[in-house]
Design a binder for this molecule. Structure first.
Ligand SMILES: C[S@@+](CC[C@H](N)C(=O)[O-])C[C@H]1O[C@@H](n2cnc3c(N)ncnc32)[C@H](O)[C@@H]1O
Length: 275
């Protein structure tokens, strides 16, 4: 039997290597700009929000930093539960949607910073907060650098959510159009890296809905198209057929899509003091 030893493993390097093999390349700010509206719509009613907030257990006195805040999936509901929220995102469109919704909801304790993970946050006036959160937003080149940075910006707690396995991608949809799916490193790398960095990460899991409601088949298709790049006409037809096969048609004209493997997110938290 081989004499295996995990102590010499460099989990950040393993993560980078696994990331370089994934079929789906990370999106740039302009890509997120284009997807901002549909993303905001898709996530606004997801059970992810309630489950995340329940696990976070926000306290009224907290200041909270939300890195990769997107259209305010969490920043908006959390703003009414904590003292103040700072949101960071490199997509201007995402921040515009967040700002508009905050105004509509009369929230005046959210500050937004248009910058990226890689920018110098100090130069953007971003100081440490009580709690630092990165929800589904660790789209970075260097995971360790991002974790170090986020931890340095938290006094009480750091929370991230990371993919479990395929995450939000539907493997059956990829199989249906005969495309390989390799989504890259998931939370197991992150957990091991945090352990190596001297933290004691806690893990919970957020399992999303198996059945997702859409206004109609076209909206359901839009809810799937983001998973693929450069879809050819033949592939789109196969995708439509697959979606049709997992769709139930409701009396009011709406549809329900039932996927066999719903997304699971690992909710990972740790205290920002090296043990
Ligand atoms: C999947 S969305 C998550 C949004 C929100 N946190 C949520 O859980 O719904 C990822 C967000 O991270 C942002 N993002 C991705 N890479 C980034 C980077 N390098 N710097 C800053 N923001 C980034 C995107 O613009 C997008 O708004």
């Amino acid at each position: 039997m081989n004499n295996l030893d995990i102590t010499g493993l460099d989990w950040n390097l393993l993560w980078k290597q696994a990331k370089s093999k994934k079929t789906w390349k990370s999106k740039k700010a302009a890509d997120w700009d284009k997807k901002a509206l549909s993303f905001a719509k898709r996530t606004a009613t997801s059970i992810y929000i309630d489950r995340f907030i329940e696990l976070l257990n926000p306290q009224p006195e907290w200041s909270l930093l939300d890195a990769g805040c997107g259209p305010g999936t969490l920043a908006l509901p959390l703003a009414s539960q904590v003292r103040k929220v700072s949101g960071i995102d490199f997509s201007k469109k995402m921040l515009e949607i967040l700002a508009q919704k905050a105004a509509e909801q009369g929230l005046d304790n959210i500050r937004l910073h248009h910058c990226s993970w890689e920018d110098n946050w100090q130069h953007h006036g971003i100081a440490p907060h009580d709690v630092a959160v990165a929800s589904r937003s660790l789209a970075v080149v260097d995971l360790k650098a991002a974790l170090v940075k986020l931890t340095a910006h938290a006094r009480i707690k750091v929370v991230i959510t990371d993919r479990v396995g395929h995450g939000p991608f539907d493997p059956d949809a990829f199989a249906a159009i005969n495309r390989p799916l390799s989504t890259g490193p998931d939370y197991i790398y992150t957990i091991n890296l945090l352990y190596q960095m001297g933290y004691l990460p806690k893990i919970d899991y957020i399992e999303l809905e198996k059945e997702v409601p859409y206004a109609d088949e076209e909206e359901a298709l839009q809810g799937y198209l983001w998973m693929f790049r450069d879809l050819e006409a033949g592939e789109k037809k196969l995708l439509k057929n697959y979606l049709h096969s997992i769709t139930t048609f409701n009396r009011d004209g709406s549809v329900t899509v039932k996927r066999s493997s719903p997304p699971i997110w690992a909710f990972i938290s740790w205290t920002p003091v090296n043990s």
